[in-house]
Design a protein around this ligand. Structure first.
Ligand SMILES: Nc1ncnc2c1ncn2[C@@H]1O[C@H](COP(=O)(O)OP(=O)(O)O)[C@@H](O)[C@H]1O
Ligand SMILES: [Mg+2]
Length: 353
């Protein structure tokens, strides 16, 4: 269980608010959640992560969507903060009382590492215990083979509104197995995302930078595609290729989704970095105004497995992350798009992406 506690001032700061704003938000003291209790059942003057989603629902800046939303975080480049953005979006949405599930689709497993709080405890385990635990870990590949049900691979986190499906090494095999399947581009949508939409408001797919079959599945299943773009010169060429591949994909599959580009690793003191951000904003209608800057708080927060607003709530990096999440959230479709038609399904079978 987490030992993170939030005294009221800090709890409000996580959402970029102060207690003085309560009345203007139309919230009374009596609506606030009860404080957490210690092990000996004493009331603490703090909220734990258990109470935070209730607080976030009252004072936060992300509203619960009317319909469930599936978002893929993908671009064909590594190290551009895909997993970091997924993680921040997931934790902050969950802290707003939005029931969130992260689906890890990258064999690197970074988002699983960030979400798995048991990992630290594992350091003390014996090799036998650790091996037993690791081999009992079930993931999407087990759902595919029928060895596990979807509910068996969902793992809780220390935030009651946040769950995830961990990446396992067998994802490689799953990717291969999808080749020989009918409706192979639709497996994730039919067997994972649509069923998850019955229990969650937000499903976030953290993608690998390699465009494999799992990623094609994620693109078919998503309502929104979030693509981080590094504010670095060597990202340019990669971005152009990505853009044209994506346009081709959308035409071939006759699919559509809302697109959001997010400039990342901005170095505000570097002229070139700023100019690249400006270029993205000017040239791409889908590019947000906000960005994620290169920062030590950003790096640290991943290491301590917290979102930036939780880890360093009063930092510039946290302000920018909240603003960015607010902006991304405002672009999310409240009504999820109509699911793929029979025509799209037929086309998909003809293709072998
Ligand atoms: N704001 C930041 N500034 C600098 N480094 C960061 C920031 N946020 C995260 N990082 C670091 O960048 C690394 C790569 O980010 P990650 O989200 O894993 O990229 P991707 O998923 O696109 O491969 C992370 O391991 C993390 O340590
Ligand atoms: Mg990643």
């Amino acid at each position: 269980m987490s030992s993170v506690y939030f005294p009221p001032k800090k709890a409000f700061q996580v959402f970029g608010r102060s207690q003085e704003e309560l009345a203007s938000l139309g919230v009374s003291d009596s609506q606030l959640p009860a404080f957490a209790r210690s092990h000996d059942n004493r009331q603490l003057k703090s909220w734990s992560l258990n109470e935070m989603p209730q607080l976030g629902g009252l004072i936060g800046f992300m509203k619960k969507p009317e319909r469930p939303i599936a978002a893929a975080v993908f671009v064909t480049k590594g190290g551009v903060l895909k997993s970091t953005l997924t993680f921040n979006l997931a934790r902050m949405a969950a802290l707003h009382g939005i029931r969130t599930c992260v689906v890890g689709l990258d064999m690197q497993g970074d988002v699983t590492t960030a979400l798995n709080v048991d990992d630290a405890a594992d350091e003390e385990a014996s090799l036998d215990e650790a091996l037993a635990k690791i081999s009992s870990l079930r993931g999407l590949a087990d759902v595919f083979t029928g060895e596990a049900k979807l509910e068996d691979v969902l793992r809780p986190t220390e935030i009651p509104t946040l769950f995830y499906i961990p990446e396992t090494p067998e994802l490689v095999a799953l990717d291969q197995s999808l080749v020989n399947r009918n409706r192979r581009e639709f497996w994730l949508q039919d067997h994972v995302i649509e069923p998850l939409k019955k229990s969650f408001d937000l499903i976030l797919m953290d993608c690998s930078p390699n465009w494999n079959r799992l990623i094609t599945n994620a693109l078919v299943a998503c309502d929104v595609l979030v693509s981080p773009l590094e504010c670095k010169i060597n990202n340019f060429r990669n971005f152009k290729t990505f853009q044209s591949l994506l346009a081709e994909f959308k035409t071939d599959m006759r699919t559509s989704f809302t697109q959001v580009y997010v400039p990342t690793r901005l170095q505000p003191t570097r002229k070139l970095s700023r100019e690249i951000q400006e270029w993205y904003r000017a040239q791409l209608a889908e590019c947000v105004a906000g960005s994620v800057r290169e920062s030590t708080q950003g790096e640290e927060s991943v290491a301590v497995r917290l979102s930036i607003p939780e880890h360093a709530p009063t930092s510039v990096a946290a302000d920018e992350m909240r603003e960015l999440l607010r902006e991304i959230w405002s672009l999310m479709p409240l009504e999820s798009r109509l699911r793929a038609s029979g025509e799209t399904a037929r086309r998909a079978q003809e293709l072998s992406i």
